[in-house]
Design a protein around this ligand. Structure first.
Ligand SMILES: [Zn+2]
Length: 195
């Protein structure tokens, strides 16, 4: 326990989503594709993040099955935001983990002091609470923000970013790390191509 707390790329989003959707973005960005660190690979890394995200009760712990389940859910969400970015629609296989969450999940309504009605998970376990991520997607689909949560067009990256560009035509998580890299690669490919 002597090592300093690790820093993760997802802790400092350069294109953060609004609060509800930020939970989805944060989940997708627990893994730096293609071979980077995975925050959901080990319990010691995952636990603090799960507490911070409200997916794990303060006194609760996480097991390896839960982490496997969450990684599957993460990739289902990633397939959805790839589609938001103009990529292919998610396959039934890609969506299966989230469909299971939807089928098993239970939600209840809460009336806040501010008069706002919110839906929350009925159960308290990690798997119960994951339904709140689906509720966040539902809210975002209704308020129009959902299509703006996109996956980076660099297929080796697929980082989730929130597109605040004026024409909603954003393509890259970051022009400097992904946009320029791909542009340079295409440029070199064109130069190599026989005329
Ligand atoms: Zn990227």
């Amino acid at each position: 326990m002597s090592s300093a707390p690790r820093t993760w790329l997802g802790d400092t989003e350069t294109k953060p989503a609004p609060p509800g959707l930020a939970r989805i973005q944060s989940l997708i960005n627990t893994f730096e594709l293609p071979t980077g660190p995975d925050r959901l690979a080990h319990r010691d890394d995952a636990r603090p993040w799960l507490h911070e995200q409200g997916l794990l009760g303060a006194a609760d712990d996480v097991n390896d099955d839960d982490l496997r389940f969450l990684r599957e859910v993460r990739e289902a969400f990633r397939a959805m935001v790839v589609s938001n970015a103009g990529g292919p629609a998610p396959t039934a296989a890609a969506l299966a983990p989230l469909r299971a969450v939807a089928a098993a999940g239970a939600a209840h309504a809460e009336l806040g002091d501010d008069g706002q009605v919110r839906l929350g998970a009925t159960g308290d376990s990690l798997r119960d609470r994951v339904v709140e991520l689906l509720l966040a997607v539902r809210d975002a689909q209704r308020d129009g923000t959902w299509p703006l949560l996109k996956a980076c067009a660099n297929e080796e990256c697929l980082w989730a970013f929130y597109d605040r560009s004026r024409n909603h035509g954003g393509t890259w998580c970051s022009m400097s790390t992904c946009g320029n890299k791909l542009k340079n690669r295409e440029f070199r490919a064109r130069r190599r191509a026989p005329n």
